[in-house]
Ligand binder design. Structure first.
Ligand code: UDP
Length: 151
């Protein structure tokens, strides 16, 4: 079972896409462990996007992600890192396929609705940047819900 960090970016929050996104992940069978609205400070944002700190778009990316609240989440599920990246779609909306979140809702790569960790290492690092890993909900109860017998 893997965990990943998923974040509805400021444009996604403003466009009221939280429900749609949560719904897609739930319908896929993934389990929500933690969720919180937060306005990210620059320090956390710069750490989150550290791998891009030499890129020309870095400043604007940090400006954007700190500009308004995001909806940060931790999700759990089998192969969730790879599957969630497929569900999210390519970075640029010109390449993101219809049926993916970005393919269906994003207009431009600077504001592309959602972030999802791209590896186990980034997931761990990103979860720890935004949440206390020790306080994550234990999702095991959810996995048993379908086997509970009705009386
Ligand atoms: N980004 C941008 N301009 C670019 C490339 C990326 O503003 O030319 C932003 C975009 O919002 C993207 C984020 O930087 O989601 C992180 O880039 P990455 O390549 O890690 O894409 P992702 O993993 O989000 O698909």
């Amino acid at each position: 079972m893997q965990r990943t960090f998923i974040m509805v970016k400021p444009d996604g929050v403003k466009r009221k896409l939280i429900g749609e996104i949560v719904s897609r992940f739930e319908q896929k069978g993934f389990t929500l462990l933690q969720a919180e609205f937060m306005t990210i400070d620059r320090e956390k944002a710069e750490y989150h996007y550290e791998e891009h700190n030499e890129k020309p778009f870095f400043g604007e990316l940090v400006d954007f992600i700190t500009s308004a609240p995001v909806f940060a989440m931790v999700w759990e599920g089998e192969n969730i890192i790879e599957v969630s990246r497929t569900m999210i779609g390519k970075t640029s909306p010109t390449e993101a396929l219809p049926g993916t979140i970005r393919g269906d809702f994003a207009f431009c790569k600077e504001e592309n609705v959602i972030h999802g960790s791209d590896s186990l290492e980034s997931a761990e690092r990103e979860i720890a940047n935004f949440f206390d890993p020790l306080k994550l909900r234990d999702g095991k109860a959810d996995y048993n819900q379908n086997v509970r017998k009705s009386s």
